[in-house]
Write a protein that binds this ligand. Sequence first.
Ligand code: CMP
Length: 487
Amino acid sequence: MINIGPVARPQFTNKLVVFLAATAAALLAMYLFWSFESSVRALLEQRMGANPSPSPDTIISIVKLILIGSLGYLFVRGLNFLFFGLAFRFKRIDAPTLIRNIFTIVAFTIFFLIAFTFLFPGINLGALFTTSAIFGVILGLALQDTLGNFFAGISLQADRPFQVGDVITVGAERHMGVVEEISWRAIKIRTFTNHVVLIANSNAAREPIEVCPRDNLNARLVFFNTLYSDSPAKTIHVVREAVREAENVSTKVPPVVRIRDLGDNGVDYEVKYWLDDYAKFNDTDALVRQRIWYAFRRAGLNFAYPTRTLYVDRHSAGTPGDGGALVERLSAVDIFAPLSIEETGMLAQAAVRHVFAPGEMVIREGDPGSSMFVVHNGRVRVQVNENGRPRTVATLNEGDFFGEMALFTGEPRTANVVALEETEVLEIGYAAMKQVFDTNPNLVESLSFIMAERRQGLAPQPDTDTESTHSSKSLMSAIKRFFGLSQ
Ligand code: CMP
């Protein structure tokens, strides 16, 4: 991978060599000037005539002030390094650039004022500053922006809304990058195309700033879609598993996959994931999309593309090609075992397929009902309300059936039936059942027996064979009556 991080800074030793060389040069210059001061004065007096203005003494003092000032500047830089560079590091604290700059400015100003009073004892600096209104105006105008930046920088340091290493997005222009420095003048950020952007502190103070702190779990959203024929429960599971293992996706919070919209071309999803290192979100987004693509391939899921779907609704499950699977499913249901292949085929033709999401209710206790269901794929739970709390009485798997009680007796539904996972059921209505009972009345007997057993499970009752046979018989005659069969 190409490293687009900040360019390496000059080595510490290089800086030290430059610093020492500059100090030596300043000292040498001072030594030479002080040694040849009288010769320089004589030369100036000779060149400048009788009443020179400014006087040679003033010129010499100004040069001295410049030389002392240079040395003073180097001295302050040295102090700055000793204090912030070494002492702070020793305590493992990184001093903010702005604080270092303020230190340099204040220390140098004090040094300069002392040198000035020493070299120009006749000039009262206080009076000069207070009486010079023009000086004040000029200074104020010249420093307007600088002071604005300076004070905005101070407030940034005080508030600390972000720090070096955080990813920020600033203003309407949406400058986004990693903060590299917050100085007395500007915030320096490195964009994800390795450009450096400087944002003046006073601008930053006026603009909205979005901050993604470095030591925070920042999230991203990646969008994708599937065809309507792909199951949401499967898609959500497949994508969550694919994304959670991608590099830089935090293991602290599992990714969230959810449907955003039922779009024109397909089901629109988003996956929300949290990053260990937010500064690498571009790479991680790309990796997440790649993982989704491969996971789709393996799971047989399909991305949606602009399509127009033409449905011919035959209002039945009997789509050509899968009729065989339905007949197979229904003939494996124990109560339909006595049926011939033609009779089972009749039921399969009449059956209507429904898919329920995990947690969805297929049947609600107390509702009227005139159909029964066979679990084709998935699992359901049968629950009854007991003193306002649900009690599970059974879990039904593929090939099991439910909803027969209301269908065969005309009474309201006796329990809630809830999908435990994505579940496909086959619904069989009264008309289809009547047709089957007419051709195969033996079915009523086996059905009545199972229904009697289920009824016993609904309410605590004495569980004896005699009771069960008794209620099975009364159910059988109830069913025969309800379906108009001979007793
Ligand atoms: P119905 O009363 O139409 O609707 C709720 C269904 O839950 C009911 O038919 C039965 O099919 C099913 N049911 C009720 N009790 C049990 C049980 N103990 N075991 C399995 N299924 C049951």
